[in-house]
Ligand binder design. Structure first.
Ligand SMILES: [Ca+2]
Ligand SMILES: [Ca+2]
Length: 150
């Protein structure tokens, strides 16, 4: 009788313990699944930034036309604004400081491309100096200025 009781107690303890384990396992399952769901989206590293998204940098105006012309070359702009212009700009926009487009300003332009940047030489104009121009570039978001939304 005492022996049976002992077995019963041991069995009872065993079942109680395995119940407890089962409950803990169930809890672990309940709480771990939503946790997994929430932790899946990880922060993208800077190098993983999508390069298909482009926006405009700040405007750059490094020169005045009072010398030989208005020289907004990419080489000089990069040198004077380190890290502000992406290695491979998708596009370049040029306006006069008053906001006129290059064609509206109607001047003979020496350079206007993504390799050299922009140059207006006074010697190419018939009867005047060049306007003062500014340029900006289409780059990935980390290069974009405050007014850079396209
Ligand atoms: Ca200027
Ligand atoms: Ca300028």
């Amino acid at each position: 009788m005492i022996k049976l009781l002992g077995v019963a107690i041991v069995a009872g303890l065993f079942f109680a313990e395995s119940d407890q384990l089962a409950i803990e396992a169930a809890h672990a399952k309940l709480f771990s699944v939503p946790e997994l769901l929430f932790t899946v989206p990880t922060k993208p590293t800077p190098s993983a930034c999508p390069t298909n998204i482009q926006c405009w940098t700040d405007w750059f105006d490094r020169d005045n036309p009072s010398g030989s012309g208005d020289w907004e070359t990419l080489r000089s702009l990069r040198r004077e604004n380190p890290g502000k212009i992406c290695p491979e700009p998708r596009d370049m926009e040029v306006t006069t400081l008053s906001g006129l487009s290059v064609s509206a300003a109607g001047e003979v332009i020496f350079r206007n491309d993504l390799t050299d940047g922009f140059v207006c030489r006074n010697q190419d104009q018939a009867d005047r100096m060049c306007n003062d121009y500014r340029v900006r570039f289409s780059c990935p978001p980390q290069y974009c200025g405050l007014q850079g939304t396209v």
